[in-house]
Design a binder for this molecule. Structure first.
Ligand code: ZN
Length: 274
């Protein structure tokens, strides 16, 4: 285990617009990092109340189960309306509050282009919230906190259950800026700058997606659920194989970083050229 002694904070926080986005785009990577001894967390910006199948409550239970399968230490959900993720000041403060509470070194965001407006807006919103979170004069202690779906609230929140938010904010919500922001690109056709080998985690990641029974089972009432499940599996597997092929492994998840890669030892650079 290489986890940091300060168990109240996360090493990696994945932020996404909808419940099940993280399971589809970077769930294998989160699980792999947990297996390496890092503490991982998930922040869903919305609660899925616009979904045609199942209620927000159903989806909350499913999200908790998915977090358990991915061994996430914490999962929270904000109250931003589903289908209306907007990069407003208010929303940025809500996300910044979570960043200050969880203090991740790495933040995973969705890629900033896409078909669904919630996805690409979540990218900008997340980036700007990470920036604001590092500014000492920005006070986000009054922003509505994330509802805890799995894991426990930040330590000082548990110690101060009363309405003592301003006080708690003064001690707890110190500025924090993640060291690194990377983008999960699976939803968009863009060449990733790196892929993470999830061959060992692929099966569990698939199971975490199936935890959303209201979304991925009962695709057609009266029919056996296996055909639908097989179809989902084949789509997920094809994508994972494609990105795995780019990295010379069986299954992988794609990411993009804005920065250049820094190399110390040419002999250690992975992925064969010819
Ligand atoms: Zn989504």
């Amino acid at each position: 285990m290489t986890a940091r002694p300060d168990l109240a904070t996360l090493d990696i926080l994945a932020i996404a617009a909808h419940r099940d986005d993280v399971e589809q785009t970077c769930g294998g990577t989160l699980l792999k990092m947990e297996q390496r001894g890092y503490r991982t967390g998930i922040l869903d910006l919305t609660r899925g109340e616009m979904g045609t199948r199942g209620s927000a409550e159903d989806r909350e239970q499913e999200a908790a189960e998915a977090a358990r399968i991915l061994h996430a230490s914490w999962r929270g959900a904000l109250d931003i309306p589903d289908g209306r993720v907007e990069s407003t000041w208010e929303n940025k403060l809500k996300v910044a509050r979570v960043v200050r509470e969880q203090r991740p070194r790495i933040v995973i965001l969705p890629y900033w282009k896409g078909r669904h407006p919630d996805h690409y807006t979540a990218s900008t919103l997340g980036y700007e919230a990470c920036f604001l979170s590092g500014l000492s004069k920005v006070d986000c202690s009054a922003a509505i906190p994330a509802a805890v779906v799995a894991g426990v609230p930040p330590a000082t929140l548990r110690e101060r259950p009363q309405d003592n938010r301003q006080d708690a904010g003064a001690t707890r919500l110190a500025p924090h800026r993640p060291f690194k922001i990377i983008y999960a690109t699976l939803y968009y056709d863009v060449r990733p700058t790196f892929v993470v080998d999830i061959t060992e985690q692929f099966e569990a990641r698939f199971q975490s997606l199936l935890a959303y029974k209201t979304q991925f089972s009962d695709q057609d009432a009266g029919k056996d659920l296996f055909p639908a499940e097989n179809e989902i599996r084949s789509r997920i597997e094809t994508m994972a194989r494609f990105y795995g092929m780019l990295g010379g492994v069986e299954y992988a998840e794609p990411f993009l970083q804005k920065e250049v890669g820094l190399v110390d030892d040419l002999v250690m650079i992975p992925v064969k050229s010819i």
